[in-house]
Design a protein around this ligand. Structure first.
Ligand code: G3H
Length: 545
């Protein structure tokens, strides 16, 4: 207990004084008082939400307090409904400027936006670090990955458009089949990838001709502010509108209006479930969701332990385990459990814990204020049911810093067996028969991914076949992850609805629509005139180069 106490003191010592923050990472508080609706930056003089960084600061008096980094509008239901009206007006039942614009013109607007976005990189990376405690390296990666995703989306749309710039003739009927927008999209991203996971739905939704209402996540809100002028400049009024305020105060009225055509949310299945039910005409609502996950790592008796340890560290502790794709439970064959745990804990002891700007830092402050209490509660519950924390200092905490804890042996009576901890606690379950982890996955509410570690091709093949029907990605001797972004990202059960990837997202935010005619001389002449004289944006054979 004494060690834990003094280790907590060591954790406390990691928080800096203002002078200790390197010059290039210092930040001035950002007090956002405007938001974008209907192509205008509206001024807000109502209540605001104060934003505190998970990075605490040491005061000259020696106190350690959360750093106040700004505030943003807490707009209400009325403002949300104004944003909805603006989006409906821009879409205008599919007759608006944006949904009827040519694909080429829409691409130009997105390219314009992206150029403006790139100019904000330094500011946004810094906000990512301060708002959610993400390391500098990972914050830069998140920004660059998002920009690359947008450019790949543009290329994918060009391909899609080229493939549909032609007619098909079947059974005496000529048709042109393209993808058309769906309407008004409500887009909400998560705090752990507030930029990337918001934009990987928002950009495909916009580029396909929809109008968007976009609500930034609770943690990771300010970092979107530098983009608002860029949205305003690059897109026609009402195509992108922002919504601030408490989700439970503003989102229900949007859903109950029946005017939302697509709900896209990367977040919890409980929230998605209740929002969908609020829509008065459920059949008119499409949902594109990335939800809860409890991905398992399965370490077989013959596994290469170096690879298993390396990938399980990355899988369970990148960004403190706060990834939907994180490995959140590890099943290890009983005969190698001790050796695996020794090596795993040894590697954890080498991880750097500290502030987001520190080189090679892996464990950083957690943005959710109640998370350390919850993680401790999970550990206490596991201990009460017979497990132990098996790594030195595991579970030590100070304010927002939480030292990773490896908990062993975990069993089905513990919270950690089923609950998605979304933080630096790693439950490890010993097994004798590989049927045990398979059964776990069958019974689970989640079905995103799994990682199998082993060296016997027969045994791995024997696992792949049942597991691809339980989850949507089986990783071999590799951590679970979303990327590359051209791979389909989805899940079964409560883990997802719809598929995201560069090309899948374009499909998710659109529907196939076609023009067809019986092939007779009169129709041929009409179609030829429309195409030759470029009278329609849809019925056209223009080829984007
Ligand atoms: O939080 C979920 C993210 O989509 C994970 O993405 O696997 O590339 O870290 P990632």
């Amino acid at each position: 207990m004494k060690t834990l106490h003094s280790f907590a003191e060591q954790l406390a010592a990691l928080f800096p004084s203002v002078e200790q923050i390197p010059e290039q990472f210092r930040i001035e508080p950002l007090h956002q008082r405007t938001y974008l609706v209907d192509g205008q930056m509206k001024t807000w003089d109502g209540t605001v939400h104060q934003v505190y960084s998970p990075v605490h600061l040491r005061t000259p008096e020696g106190q350690i307090i959360p750093f106040h980094i700004g505030s943003y509008p807490l707009t209400g239901e009325a403002e949300a409904l104004q944003a909805l009206e603006a989006a409906c007006k821009a879409y205008n039942n599919g007759r608006g400027l944006w949904p009827t614009m040519s694909v080429e013109e829409r691409i130009e607007c997105v390219e314009h936006f992206t150029r403006l976005m790139v100019s904000k990189k330094d500011e946004v990376v810094k906000l990512l670090m301060w708002e959610i405690g993400k390391s500098y390296t990972d914050s830069v990666k998140e920004f660059d990955r998002t920009v690359e995703y947008i450019y790949n989306t543009i290329d994918a749309l060009k391909d899609l458009d080229r493939n549909t710039s032609r007619f098909v003739i079947e059974q005496g009927i000529v048709g042109q089949i393209r993808r058309a927008p769906l309407g008004v999209v409500l887009c909400m991203g998560p705090f752990n990838y507030p930029l990337n996971e918001t934009f990987t739905t928002l950009i495909p939704a916009v580029i396909m001709g929809n109008a968007v209402l976009f609500k930034p996540p609770k943690f990771g809100t300010l970092l979107h502010y530098p983009f608002l002028e860029a949205f305003k400049e690059a897109f026609p009024p009402g195509v992108v509108n922002t919504i601030y305020g408490r989700g439970n105060a503003v989102v229900p009225s949007l859903m109950k209006s029946g005017k939302i055509n697509v709900l896209t949310l990367i977040g919890s299945s409980r929230v998605a479930d209740s929002l969908k039910k609020m829509h008065p005409k459920v059949n008119r609502l499409k949902a594109v969701l990335g939800l809860d996950a409890k991905n398992a790592g399965i370490i077989l008796e013959n596994a290469n332990l170096d690879a298993a340890v390396r990938e399980c560290i990355l899988g369970s502790l990148s960004f403190n385990g706060q990834r939907c794709t994180a490995i959140k439970i590890i099943f290890v064959h009983r005969n190698i459990a001790e050796e695996f745990l020794d090596r795993f804990c040894h590697q954890i002891s080498k991880l750097k814990i500290g502030m987001p700007w520190e080189k090679d830092v892996m464990i950083t402050p957690l943005p959710e204020p109640h998370k350390p209490d919850y993680l401790q509660e999970c550990i206490e519950d596991a201990i009460a049911h017979g497990a132990q924390v098996v790594n030195l200092h595991g579970g030590a905490r100070f304010k927002s810093l939480f030292y990773p804890a490896v908990v062993y042996p975990v069993n089905r009576h513990m919270k950690l067996y089923r609950e998605e901890q979304f933080g630096p606690v790693i439950p490890v379950v010993p097994f004798e028969d590989v049927e045990e982890p398979i059964r776990y996955l069958e019974e689970a509410d989640h079905g995103q991914q799994v990682s199998i570690f082993g060296t016997d091709a027969d045994q791995i093949a024997h696992l792949i076949d049942p597991l691809v029907n339980q989850v949507c990605r089986v990783n071999i001797n590799s951590q679970c992850q979303r990327g590359p972004d051209t791979f389909p990202f989805t899940g079964r059960k409560d883990s997802a609805e719809g598929t995201l990837s560069v090309s899948d997202a374009l499909r998710s935010f659109s529907i196939r629509s076609l023009v067809a005619a019986k092939l007779n001389p009169e129709n041929k002449a009409i179609i030829n005139t429309i195409v030759r004289e470029h009278k329609s944006k849809f019925l056209a054979t223009r080829f984007i180069l």
